[in-house]
Design a protein around this ligand. Structure first.
Ligand SMILES: [Zn+2]
Length: 58
């Protein structure tokens, strides 16, 4: 099987949910997509923290 994301030839594709869509990707891509999710979450938290920080300085 070939991973549609990285075009890597793999034994098995895994199904994951990303951006509300089901994707079939290889294990490496699963890890990368999950990492992106975590980064997106972290960015949201960082943004909130920044707003609180600005509010506190005033
Ligand atoms: Zn892949």
């Amino acid at each position: 099987m070939q991973c549609p994301r990285c075009s890597e030839e793999v034994d098995e594709l895994q199904t994951i949910n990303a951006d509300g869509k089901r994707k079939r990707v290889c294990e490496d891509c699963v890890g990368q997509l999950q990492e992106q999710d975590e980064i997106a979450d972290a960015a949201t938290s960082a943004m909130k923290g920044m707003m609180e920080y600005k509010g506190g300085r005033r």
